[in-house]
Write a protein that binds this ligand. Structure first.
Ligand code: M6R
Length: 605
């Protein structure tokens, strides 16, 4: 989950490294560093904390050098401090690494027995020591190949060599790595986003591949050290989406962008004239799909959970959901008429990518629902349905969640009509209902001032609970995830009907409990569960789309979202919960876009 950049040029590179690292900070932000080669020396500079600290160090003491590597870290081995920050350099090489070397302890022990000394607690330093050792008798390329043979685990690497000041070597196993091309300058990066301000011409390394960059040339090699050719992609320019404009942070921008991103997504997938959904080229003919298996992590997993309700409601297809980190290790029976759908904003999440690889190895059909269309998951799946949300920078996923929901809902509708599970009249109504969503989302934003009042009531709370039934249950999970992720307040999401089986013991006088209760078939049941909480002193915040008077008086606060087709209510009910998490975190002065201990793209297991 760290970010890597490498630049080889005919002019000094440190400023561009810093600029790229700022873009990569979404991958990790507990320490940063860079190394350039100048005057025949490795010039390494590191700091704990953010890239702006590194920038200050460079302003005081500039790094020259036309070749360099940089890194932002999300700590795995060793606490976030200067010593553990990357690059890790010896007198001959400097290395940046994303991923985990699983046999680092073993390798370190061997190397220490041979007399090598280690400075850090990281798994990465074994790579530095191994390459340095192999350089005694081998050229850089061969030394790196020899090193890779010894490594177990996942990695993306960038390496520079003191005695070979014209090359950067990159290697990939499990963690993403891209190469960018320009005139008299070439780049290595964890993703194309980091390289976008410098080039839109990108190649992606596949697992086991290695690249050697000089300023005028890039060579690629496969596992067997054979030279290979790679496709060059032209990556798209996303309009004004990487700037927070007048917003205080990316998260608030991304929340309030949602009416537009949903409008854009709908315009990509629906034909308003024909009242139809433009989804074609199913990898399995819809009537032949036996089962759908939806797989994701975190917020993306919650969108799979909502979709399960939709697929079951609207289609005759049996639907399962799985958390990618569980799916990848289970003893599953793969069937060729099952469709495996992977949901991921970044398209780089290691567990999701690994689960997809397992499906590929078992020759089953895969679909990915992603925001980043150039991502590993998108490139590796048979069928890609982009969510068209534009870059999501805030670590907490907001607009990507709603985008995932829309695409999943649209897919369930299209499958339903293709399989003749619903009739054309109902289908037309469902498609028509979708067009009302962007306006309804805008109206929901008007709840913000009320949400701000509610947020104050969470400040002194010891914890909180989020309850819902049916397709509001995953929204309860998502609301709780947003609150804990952003404000560090303990929050539990639960199916309201499960409370009496244990969690009710947590309810005590004044505990904030968010009850999500749209006027659907579960409404009355949810109200009964709410009464059980009220009877034990829970402080209720009630979110609904029911505008009728509610008889219960023991409700601290009511929020009403616009009433839409009940299939779509999860989309609107999410927004006040995003705003709640945002405002509680703001009141607590938390870092909204970069919550502690987290990273945007989780590229380690
Ligand atoms: O990029 P992905 O959608 O695959 O990421 C999955 C999760 O890591 C992500 O949704 C995470 O849970 C978010 N930080 C939640 O806001």
């Amino acid at each position: 989950m760290c970010g890597i950049i490498g630049i080889v040029s005919d002019k000094p590179v440190s400023i561009n490294i810093i600029n790229s690292l700022k873009k990569l900070e979404y991958r990790g932000y507990d320490s940063a560093g860079l190394a350039t080669l100048s005057n025949n020396l490795i010039d390494e500079k590191k700091c704990s904390g953010r890239v702006e600290e590194l920038e200050k160090i460079l302003i005081k003491n500039p790094s020259n050098g036309n070749i360099g590597i940089g890194h932002v870290r999300w700590a795995t081995h060793g606490i976030p401090n200067i010593i553990n920050a990357h690059p890790h350099s010896s007198e001959k090489v400097s290395v940046v690494h994303n991923g985990i070397i699983e046999n680092s302890d073993e390798l370190k022990k061997d190397l220490e027995e041979k007399g090598f000394k280690f400075k850090s607690q990281t798994d990465t330093e074994v790579i530095t020591v191994l390459v340095t050792q192999f350089l005694e008798n081998s050229k850089p390329l061969e030394s790196v190949f020899k090193t890779l043979k010894k490594l177990k685990g996942s990695f993306a690497l960038g390496i520079i060599f003191k005695n070979f000041p014209d090359i950067i070597i990159g290697a990939r196993r499990g963690s993403p790595l891209a190469v960018g091309y320009s005139n008299d300058e070439n780049y290595l990066g964890s993703d194309s986003y980091a390289l976008k301000s410098m080039t839109n011409k990108i190649s992606y390394l596949d697992d086991g591949e290695l690249c050697m960059l000089s300023k005028n040339k890039v060579d690629f090699y496969d596992l067997n050290q054979k030279k290979i050719n790679k496709k060059i992609y032209t990556v798209s320019d996303d309009e004004n989406t990487t700037d927070k404009g007048d917003y205080k942070n990316f998260m608030s921008k991304e929340i309030f962008e949602q009416s537009n991103t949903i409008k854009k997504c709908l315009s990509e997938y629906t034909d308003s004239l024909k009242k139809d959904i433009n989804i074609y080229n199913f990898p399995i003919e819809p009537k032949k799909i036996n089962k759908i298996i939806l797989i994701g992590c975190g917020t993306a997993y919650h969108s799979c959970l909502v979709a399960k309700y939709w697929f079951e409601e609207l289609t005759s297809i049996d639907t399962e959901i799985d958390i990618a980190s569980e799916f990848r290790y289970r003893n599953l029976k793969f069937k060729t008429n099952n469709l495996y759908i992977f949901v991921s904003q970044s398209g780089e999440t290691a567990d999701t990518a690994a689960a997809l690889d397992i499906c590929k190895k078992n020759n089953v059909k895969t679909c990915s629902i992603v925001n980043v269309v150039e991502s590993t998951i998108a490139r590796n799946s048979d069928w890609v349905l982009p969510i068209h949300a534009g870059p999501e920078i805030g670590v907490a996923s907001t607009k990507a969640f709603l985008g995932q929901l829309i695409v999943l809902y649209i897919l369930s509708l299209k499958l339903s009509i293709e399989r003749e599970d619903i009739d054309k009249k109902n289908y037309d109504t469902y498609v028509e209902n979708l067009t009302k969503l962007p306006e309804a989302i805008k109206k929901t934003f008007k709840l913000e001032s009320e949400v701000q009042l509610i947020a104050k009531e969470f400040l002194d709370a010891k914890g909180s609970m989020f309850l819902g039934r049916g397709n509001s249950f995953p929204i309860a999970l998502e609301g709780a995830l947003k609150l804990k992720e952003l404000s560090y307040l303990h929050a539990e999401g639960y199916p309201a009907g499960e409370m009496k089986h244990g969690p009710l013991a947590l309810i005590e006088e004044g505990l904030p409990v968010i009850v999500i209760a749209p006027k659907d078939k579960y409404y009355e049941k949810t109200l009964s569960n709410m009464q059980e909480v009220i009877a034990r002193g829970g402080k209720i915040f009630f979110i609904t789309d029911n505008y009728n008077r509610l008889l219960s008086t023991n409700i601290r606060f009511r929020l009403r979202v616009p009433r839409v087709d009940s299939n779509l209510s999860p989309i609107l009910l999410t927004i006040p919960l995003q705003l709640l998490a945002y405002h509680v975190a703001s009141l607590k002065n938390c870092d909204i876009d970069k919550p502690r201990n987290l990273a945007k793209s989780v590229t380690v297991e």
